[in-house]
Design a protein around this ligand. Structure first.
Ligand code: SF4
Length: 560
């Protein structure tokens, strides 16, 4: 049996709609309710062994025997536990996306996702990544909107040497994908921010060392996303993670975290909910373990399209979820706590900012997250020339250089501009993100990153004399999944193939908590409106000009 296509971050497209709990009496494959008998093929291969065992088979066998020798359950299944996906066969058009199976859509080349918890890199690690990209990945390198780096065009024969080089500088691909705890999003300014609510550096490090590769959490119903921040900018998109810890000041207990669970986008988007519980810094590890174990033990394993934590939360509600967490997993009550305060400042950290030690950090916008092997090496060189050894990636596809002496800021900015890294970007270069799209993704219907670059160039030309006082975010997806978070953008575009035409369906007015809006909200679909790639620049220009003409003072796009 061929496993279902599950190439990038999302499940195969299902009917869109609200997230609802299950019908009563249905066997949903919850381990604690109905036992551990696998109810689908994914669950079968996950039950056979620890999926991380495939790492040794890749090193000992497949890298020597070649792509054709790899069994389907490994190449289309367990490889994901090591961050490896087969990439889309070149030349297979978007019309074929939902008609072909995983094997027919797959190339013999791989995408390798490298997990960077908290987006943290040293300049040495960045240089090694650049070298791997140049030597094995045709100089590809994309910054994802989850603080990862993704390389393309990898051959199975080169994987052991790539992993050796990553190991040598303390980088890993372990659980970068698969039904596992994926990369831990962390505030990219943790430890250097001038005035945080709380510095989450130790909590993030504890999560990483305790849980990456931990066999207790290697077989979850589906992917599981975590975020932690203590920044007043609310910079880790906490509303759309399975579990989030958001910095708050408790009036009696001091700084700690507000606990959120059950957020996720995809085709049935749902923002996370607060449990109303305060998590002291020393409780982050046990609370994370408890929430993740609830997902492992009670998550719905029967259908992959219903296997995210948001579906369980829809059935239980936040009160029951908190009760189960306290009674069955922690054995004690958590104190009530306050909600996060309204965001202050821009969560993407672009531009020049004060650190807590007199140095500066500088945030650079890319073009839809795209870098290259050469650009990574140039980034490491420029950062070191500016006296820095530390780089961070953000959940907004941005790059930060930390620890820059004030006198080196200008030279750093000049050195990185030719590589497409901009500290003073135009509004659309700053706030446009795009997913992988048809260039490499097997679920895509349309091209995305090249289109994003074209629209950005067009907007820079056409709107150069127009003042855009508030950021307008443009997010472009290659399919109805939501790797580029279209429902949380001012203008969100969803690639589809309808009636023998490639089009984008438009969502307007979404956004996450920011200085412009107290709470996140999902955009509304503009029914009947379908835009082709050729018409996209005209559409974005028209919407932008209309918004600027019609908005009242200080009105944001979401309020318009
Ligand atoms: Fe994700 Fe884009 Fe691929 Fe769809 S096309 S699965 S949104 S990367």
């Amino acid at each position: 049996m061929t496993p279902s296509v599950d190439t990038q971050d999302q499940a195969p497209a299902a009917a869109s709609g609200r997230v609802r709990g299950p019908r009563k009496g249905t066997d949903l494959g919850q381990w604690k309710v109905s036992g551990r008998t696998p109810l689908n093929h994914n669950e079968e291969f996950k039950a056979e062994e620890n999926s991380l065992n495939v790492r040794q088979r890749i090193i000992d066998t497949y890298s020597k025997t070649g792509y054709a020798s790899i069994p389907a359950d490994d190449v289309h299944g367990r490889f994901r536990w090591l961050g490896l996906y087969t990439q889309r066969k070149q030349g297979v058009d978007g019309a074929s996306t939902s008609k072909l199976d995983a094997e027919s859509l797959s190339d013999e080349y791989f995408m390798q996702r490298i997990r960077l918890d908290g987006g943290q890199l040293t300049t040495e690690q960045t240089r090694v990544l650049g070298g791997i990209s140049r030597d094995f990945a045709r100089s590809t390198a994309d910054v994802s909107d989850r603080q990862n780096i993704q390389l393309h065009w990898l051959r199975i024969e080169d994987v052991p040497e790539m992993w050796e080089r990553l190991d040598s500088v303390g980088l890993t691909t372990l659980e970068a994908c698969g039904d596992t705890p994926r990369v831990f999003l962390g505030s990219p300014v943790a430890g250097v921010e001038a005035d945080p609510i709380i510095d989450p550096t130790s909590e993030l490090e504890a999560l990483r060392t305790e849980f990456v590769g931990n066999p207790d959490y290697v077989n979850l119903p589906r992917k599981f996303k975590t975020a932690i921040t203590g920044s007043r900018t609310l910079d880790v998109v906490h509303e759309i993670n399975d579990v989030s810890f958001v910095g708050v000041n408790h009036p009696e207990l001091g700084p700690g975290y507000d606990l959120w669970v059950g957020g996720a986008l995809s085709v049935s988007p749902r923002l996370g909910e607060r449990l109303g519980a305060f998590v002291a810094p020393e409780d982050v590890v046990p609370v994370w373990a408890g929430v993740t174990a609830i997902f492992r033990d009670y998550g719905y394993r029967k259908q992959r399209t219903k296997a995210r934590l948001k579906f369980l939360l829809a059935e239980w509600g936040p009160e029951k979820f908190r009760q189960v967490l306290q009674d069955e997993y922690l054995g004690r009550e958590l104190p009530d706590g306050p909600a996060p305060e309204r965001a202050v400042g821009h969560a993407d950290h672009v531009g020049v900012h004060e650190q807590n030690d007199g140095k500066k950090y500088v945030g650079f916008a890319l073009t839809a997250g795209r870098l290259s092997g050469d650009a990574l090496v140039a980034l490491a060189d420029a950062a070191e020339a500016a006296g820095s050894g530390r780089i961070r990636l953000t959940p907004h596809q941005k790059v930060l250089v930390l620890d820059v002496a004030p006198e080196n800021v200008d030279s750093l900015i000049e050195a990185l501009r030719p590589w497409g890294m901009h500290a003073k970007p135009s509004p659309f270069r700053r706030s446009t993100i795009a997913c992988t799209g048809i260039e490499f993704c097997k679920l895509a219907f349309v091209e995305t990153k090249g289109l994003a670059a074209r629209v950005i160039d067009d907007m820079e030309q056409r709107l150069q004399d127009v003042e855009i006082p508030t950021p307008i975010s443009l997010h472009i997806n290659g399919c109805p999944n939501s790797c580029a978070r279209i429902q949380t953008a001012d203008i969100g575009l969803k690639g589809q193939y309808i009636g023998e035409e490639y089009v984008f369906q438009v969502h307007l007015g979404g956004g996450l908590a920011s200085p412009d809006r107290e709470e996140g909200g999902l955009g509304r679909t503009v029914r009947g409106l379908k835009i082709t790639a050729d018409d996209l620049s005209d559409y974005v220009e028209r919407v932008t000009r209309t918004f600027l003409d019609e908005r009242e003072a200080h009105q944001s796009f979401a309020e318009w």
